[in-house]
Design a protein around this ligand. Structure first.
Ligand code: KG4
Ligand code: ZN
Length: 338
């Protein structure tokens, strides 16, 4: 079964062709970073318009790359939510139109389910059940995953998502958009021993997170300092250490609470080097294993949408023909795949 995946939930246009026999055949991504940079954040209307411009050229590119004809596509998967409503509608409208034209089924995929299943695209995919840490710009979730659509949320952020905290702190430190990766890069040069920020909500039981206080700790410290690059790097380092430590503590708790050994880490913050290393060590210490998507599939991409769509289309879950999106969509409301 050959599936076209289309991701347009935010500021990246991602397209991919996934074949259930041969694996990932081709993928392409257009990032809108340059478009939004001068505004310091994503401008939803500009995002929607750019998705309109990019989807079909990217589609032509991946069809050529994979050497397949449009008519050999067996199904279309597009991101239905959560995300920016206008951006989602572009992917949904084009995805559904292509499916009508080719007379194949289409399915709206949950963006976080896409992230969650992204490690399945790698050579050594995890078996169910596992604990998933999903850390993106909009969500921080710890989920017990017993199968596709069998999700139990065991922890989530009570305020900012991890990526959002990275982005906001980066902005406060005067780093250019998109802040998360820039802050992480700067933190590599920082002195780990100079400042120590709190590890929020680790002193009470449970797996929920809170990151907005860390952002405040960082800015309060930064405001008292000379704005030198060394000081900026030290604050960035203390912030990253606190986020990584907090996430690691909660992951360890989630593994203990569920008795599971496998940990999946996905979403944009899963691209963070320090976090990857820390969780790899944590899993090794407990005799378990940690699974990541390759770096480029941690952040938004079409491949994860094609894969998640295939799993649901193969189970007969293609929907009706309406073009609908779900900008707010709880992950644990999804139907299971038998
Ligand atoms: O999953 P994603 O591409 O989009 C959403 O679904 O939100 O995640 C984007 C988020 C942004 O907040 C970005 O700053 C963060 O992931 N991010 C990182 C790194 N790379 C991306 N945060 C920390 N370290 C990184 N290396
Ligand atoms: Zn995402």
């Amino acid at each position: 079964m050959l599936i076209l995946g289309i991701e347009t939930s935010c500021d990246e246009t991602g397209l991919a062709l996934y074949d259930s026999e041969r694996g990932l055949l081709a993928h392409a991504l257009h990032s809108q970073v340059a478009l939004h940079a001068e505004y310091g954040g994503v401008v939803p209307e500009l995002a929607s318009r750019d998705h309109v411009r990019k989807i079909l050229p990217l589609l032509r590119g991946i069809l050529q790359q994979a050497g397949v004809k449009p008519r050999s596509v067996d199904g279309v998967a597009y991101t239905r939510g959560p995300g920016l409503i206008g951006a989602l509608l572009v992917g949904a409208a084009i995805g559904r139109s292509l499916a009508w034209t080719w007379n194949v089924p289409a399915i709206g995929v949950h963006h976080m389910e896409g992230h969650l299943l992204a490690p399945m695209l790698e050579p050594d995919p995890p078996d169910f059940p596992f604990v998933a840490l999903l850390v993106s710009g909009g969500h921080s979730l710890l989920v017990r995953v017993d199968g596709i659509g069998r999700y139990r949320i065991i922890g989530e952020s009570v305020d900012d998502a991890a990526g959002e905290a990275f982005d906001k702190t980066a902005k406060l430190l005067g780093l250019p958009y998109p802040g998360g990766p820039a802050l992480a890069k700067l933190a590599e040069q920082g002195d780990p021993g100079r400042f120590r920020f709190p590890r929020p909500m680790t002193d009470r039981p449970g797996c929920d997170f809170s990151f907005s206080g860390l952002k405040t700790a960082a800015i309060n410290t930064w405001r008292k300092l000379e704005p030198t690059s060394e000081n900026r790097a030290d604050v960035a380092r203390a912030f990253e250490d606190a986020v990584v430590d907090t996430l690691a503590i909660k992951c360890r708790r989630a593994l203990q609470a569920t008795g599971l050994k496998r940990l999946v880490v996905a979403g944009g913050v899963g691209a963070n080097r320090q976090l990857r290393e820390r969780l790899r060590n944590l899993a090794a210490e407990s005799g378990g294993a940690v699974y990541y998507p390759r770096l480029e599939f941690c952040t938004d991409n079409g491949a994860m949408i094609a894969y998640a769509g295939w799993r649901r289309l193969a189970a007969g879950q293609g929907e009706n023909t309406a073009i609908e999106v779900t900008p707010r969509w709880p992950l644990d409301s999804l139907p299971p795949v038998a």
